[in-house]
Ligand binder design. Structure first.
Ligand code: HEC
Length: 128
Protein backbone atom coordinates (compact mmCIF):
# COMPACT_ATOMS: atom_id res chain seq x y z
CA UNK A 1 0.00 0.00 0.00
CA UNK A 2 2.70 2.42 1.04
CA UNK A 3 4.74 1.53 -2.09
CA UNK A 4 1.76 2.12 -4.34
CA UNK A 5 1.18 5.59 -2.98
CA UNK A 6 4.91 6.35 -3.25
CA UNK A 7 4.69 5.32 -6.90
CA UNK A 8 1.82 7.70 -7.36
CA UNK A 9 3.84 10.44 -5.72
CA UNK A 10 6.87 9.80 -7.90
CA UNK A 11 4.74 9.95 -11.06
CA UNK A 12 3.00 13.12 -9.95
CA UNK A 13 6.33 14.72 -9.05
CA UNK A 14 7.75 13.86 -12.47
CA UNK A 15 4.80 15.41 -14.23
CA UNK A 16 5.12 18.62 -12.24
CA UNK A 17 8.87 18.85 -12.85
CA UNK A 18 8.64 18.21 -16.60
CA UNK A 19 9.00 21.92 -17.40
CA UNK A 20 12.00 22.40 -15.18
CA UNK A 21 15.25 23.24 -17.02
CA UNK A 22 17.37 21.01 -14.75
CA UNK A 23 18.63 17.99 -16.68
CA UNK A 24 18.10 14.36 -15.63
CA UNK A 25 15.30 15.32 -13.24
CA UNK A 26 13.13 12.38 -14.22
CA UNK A 27 15.96 9.92 -13.89
CA UNK A 28 16.91 11.23 -10.44
CA UNK A 29 13.39 10.64 -9.24
CA UNK A 30 13.12 7.23 -10.79
CA UNK A 31 16.56 6.14 -9.67
CA UNK A 32 15.74 7.11 -6.07
CA UNK A 33 12.28 5.58 -6.26
CA UNK A 34 13.84 2.27 -7.42
CA UNK A 35 16.45 2.56 -4.67
CA UNK A 36 13.74 3.06 -2.08
CA UNK A 37 11.52 0.19 -3.23
CA UNK A 38 14.36 -2.27 -3.66
CA UNK A 39 15.89 -1.32 -0.32
CA UNK A 40 12.63 -2.03 1.53
CA UNK A 41 12.38 -5.36 -0.34
CA UNK A 42 16.02 -6.21 0.37
CA UNK A 43 15.67 -5.57 4.11
CA UNK A 44 12.47 -7.63 4.25
CA UNK A 45 14.21 -10.55 2.52
CA UNK A 46 17.12 -10.31 4.97
CA UNK A 47 14.70 -10.38 7.90
CA UNK A 48 13.14 -13.53 6.43
CA UNK A 49 16.54 -15.14 5.80
CA UNK A 50 15.94 -15.02 2.02
CA UNK A 51 19.48 -14.30 0.82
CA UNK A 52 18.63 -14.99 -2.81
CA UNK A 53 15.77 -12.46 -2.88
CA UNK A 54 17.92 -9.94 -1.01
CA UNK A 55 20.63 -10.34 -3.65
CA UNK A 56 18.18 -9.69 -6.49
CA UNK A 57 16.91 -6.46 -4.87
CA UNK A 58 20.40 -5.33 -4.02
CA UNK A 59 21.64 -5.75 -7.60
CA UNK A 60 18.75 -3.53 -8.77
CA UNK A 61 19.83 -0.91 -6.22
CA UNK A 62 23.39 -1.12 -7.51
CA UNK A 63 22.20 -0.44 -11.06
CA UNK A 64 20.15 2.53 -9.87
CA UNK A 65 23.13 3.82 -7.85
CA UNK A 66 25.21 4.03 -11.03
CA UNK A 67 23.17 7.07 -12.05
CA UNK A 68 24.20 9.01 -8.91
CA UNK A 69 27.16 10.27 -10.93
CA UNK A 70 24.65 12.19 -13.12
CA UNK A 71 22.66 13.68 -10.23
CA UNK A 72 22.23 17.44 -9.96
CA UNK A 73 21.07 17.97 -6.38
CA UNK A 74 18.66 20.86 -5.80
CA UNK A 75 20.17 21.75 -2.45
CA UNK A 76 23.84 22.56 -1.75
CA UNK A 77 24.84 22.18 -5.41
CA UNK A 78 28.18 23.80 -4.59
CA UNK A 79 29.11 20.80 -2.45
CA UNK A 80 29.47 18.35 -5.35
CA UNK A 81 32.74 16.94 -3.99
CA UNK A 82 30.91 15.92 -0.86
CA UNK A 83 28.06 14.51 -2.95
CA UNK A 84 30.51 12.38 -4.95
CA UNK A 85 32.19 11.16 -1.79
CA UNK A 86 28.85 10.17 -0.27
CA UNK A 87 27.83 8.44 -3.51
CA UNK A 88 31.09 6.48 -3.60
CA UNK A 89 30.75 5.40 0.02
CA UNK A 90 27.15 4.37 -0.62
CA UNK A 91 28.22 2.24 -3.61
CA UNK A 92 31.08 0.69 -1.61
CA UNK A 93 28.67 -0.26 1.16
CA UNK A 94 26.26 -1.78 -1.37
CA UNK A 95 29.14 -3.89 -2.73
CA UNK A 96 30.12 -4.97 0.77
CA UNK A 97 26.51 -5.95 1.47
CA UNK A 98 26.34 -7.87 -1.80
CA UNK A 99 29.40 -9.87 -0.68
CA UNK A 100 27.94 -10.52 2.78
CA UNK A 101 24.71 -11.73 1.13
CA UNK A 102 26.63 -14.09 -1.15
CA UNK A 103 28.47 -15.42 1.92
CA UNK A 104 25.15 -15.67 3.83
CA UNK A 105 26.83 -13.79 6.69
CA UNK A 106 23.78 -12.69 8.65
CA UNK A 107 25.57 -10.59 11.30
CA UNK A 108 27.45 -8.66 8.65
CA UNK A 109 24.31 -8.05 6.55
CA UNK A 110 22.70 -6.58 9.68
CA UNK A 111 25.52 -4.20 10.48
CA UNK A 112 25.88 -3.12 6.84
CA UNK A 113 22.13 -2.50 6.61
CA UNK A 114 22.47 0.00 9.45
CA UNK A 115 25.38 1.70 7.72
CA UNK A 116 23.38 1.94 4.47
CA UNK A 117 20.30 3.31 6.26
CA UNK A 118 22.56 6.01 7.67
CA UNK A 119 23.94 6.82 4.18
CA UNK A 120 20.40 7.49 2.91
CA UNK A 121 19.71 9.84 5.81
CA UNK A 122 23.08 11.56 5.68
CA UNK A 123 22.95 12.32 1.96
CA UNK A 124 19.31 13.48 2.12
CA UNK A 125 20.03 15.75 5.09
CA UNK A 126 22.42 17.75 2.90
CA UNK A 127 21.27 17.34 -0.72
CA UNK A 128 17.62 16.44 -0.86
C1 HEC B 1 24.57 10.24 -2.41
C2 HEC B 1 23.28 10.82 -2.06
C3 HEC B 1 22.07 9.95 -1.80
C4 HEC B 1 22.02 8.70 -1.24
C5 HEC B 1 23.16 7.85 -0.71
C6 HEC B 1 20.62 8.32 -1.21
N1 HEC B 1 19.85 9.32 -1.75
FE1 HEC B 1 17.80 9.30 -1.93
N2 HEC B 1 17.87 11.17 -2.79
C7 HEC B 1 19.01 11.90 -3.03
C8 HEC B 1 18.65 13.14 -3.68
C9 HEC B 1 19.62 14.22 -4.15
C10 HEC B 1 17.24 13.13 -3.83
C11 HEC B 1 16.36 14.20 -4.49
C12 HEC B 1 16.20 13.83 -5.96
C13 HEC B 1 15.42 14.85 -6.75
O1 HEC B 1 14.61 15.55 -6.15
O2 HEC B 1 15.61 14.93 -7.97
C14 HEC B 1 16.78 11.86 -3.25
C15 HEC B 1 15.45 11.46 -3.22
C16 HEC B 1 15.00 10.29 -2.64
C17 HEC B 1 13.62 9.90 -2.59
C18 HEC B 1 12.44 10.69 -3.19
C19 HEC B 1 12.21 10.12 -4.59
C20 HEC B 1 11.61 11.07 -5.57
O3 HEC B 1 10.59 10.73 -6.13
O4 HEC B 1 12.19 12.14 -5.77
C21 HEC B 1 13.56 8.69 -1.95
C22 HEC B 1 12.31 7.86 -1.66
C23 HEC B 1 14.93 8.31 -1.62
N3 HEC B 1 15.77 9.33 -2.05
C24 HEC B 1 15.28 7.15 -0.97
C25 HEC B 1 16.61 6.78 -0.69
C26 HEC B 1 16.99 5.58 0.04
C27 HEC B 1 16.03 4.54 0.62
C28 HEC B 1 18.36 5.58 0.11
C29 HEC B 1 19.26 4.58 0.75
C30 HEC B 1 19.07 3.18 0.50
C31 HEC B 1 18.83 6.78 -0.57
N4 HEC B 1 17.73 7.48 -1.02
C32 HEC B 1 20.15 7.12 -0.70
C33 HEC B 1 20.30 11.54 -2.70
C34 HEC B 1 20.69 10.33 -2.12
Amino acid sequence: MIFQSMNGFALAAETIHRHSPAPKMGSQHSSMSITNKQWQACKKCLEDGDFEGAGVSLSRMQKAADSLTKFRPHKNKEMMDDFREQSDNFKKNLSALSKAIREKDKARTQSLSQVIDNSCLQCHSVFR
